[in-house]
Write a protein of this length. Sequence first.
Length: 332
Amino acid sequence: MPKRTSPADATPVRVVVVTMDSHLSGAAARAQKLLKRDFPGLELSVHAADEWGTDDAALARCKASIARGDIVIATMLFLDDHVRAVMPALAARRGDCDAMICCMSASEVVKLTRIGKFDMSGEALGAIAWLKKLRGNRKGSSPGGKGEMKMLRQLPKLLRFIPGTAQDMRAYFLTLQYWLAGSEQNIANMVRLLLDRYADGPRRGLRGVAKAQAPVEYADIGVYHPRMKDRIADTAERLPATANEKGTIGLLLLRSYLLAGNAGHYDGVISAFEARGLRVIPVFASGLDQLMHRVGNATKFFMLFGLLGFMLASEITIDLPVFANDYNWFHL
């Protein structure tokens, strides 16, 4: 990279993320450090409902950040209490910020999206109708995350060659792609993309300062272990061996926690089981349907532990009835 010949533009710019869970906060903090060289005036904040949902002071801080945000990102807001808590603040800021990107949320939140010429508040969303046609007929196909993730990766490539509003649509889907593979590199590139395209007013000079790289792609489904090179692999054969193993257990993990580097609690559980002579197969996937398919076809366990933060008993019973009857299932 060429050496900088002039001081970095220290214009203040605030990027605000409002979401359901705080597990990406650490990755966002590390991303901010990566970005400070090019954007020394950057403030990147994450406000999660698992904090402000039960803390009035945290909610007040969240609303204050939204009111000052230049780029506002809202994601995973679909619980009624969460939506009602921040919806007025988001709606009030929508017309004054440089861009507002709302995704994977309740419809009233998603409709607040305003990114360049791409505005999702209209009654007749021609662009969305076009995307549904592009996706094709899903009748007869199984629902789940695998097809959606594939389409999400394809859309920015297709939209790249279509001028006009399609470029803002492309930025929207790239933002979603960066977020869903939320490593610190992807979060940093998400911010670079949005500032490069949408920084405006006194911040307009930040455009062109740093170009975003394409999203780093990670395995949609695989296994994890803290002692394995790169920690993530696509087959259980690459997991480290356990000496004098007394049995095999399975762990269900959340992919987003692994990519965000927020896996210390997983590491502790893995170490505790291995210390008792048990072989551990920690499995992750980008969607629950893929996760259950992988578990149902994996090495035989005598116990299965879910470290997902919510119960999957219904999914197991519905999708894998034989599996549900043959193994002991525990939710931690």
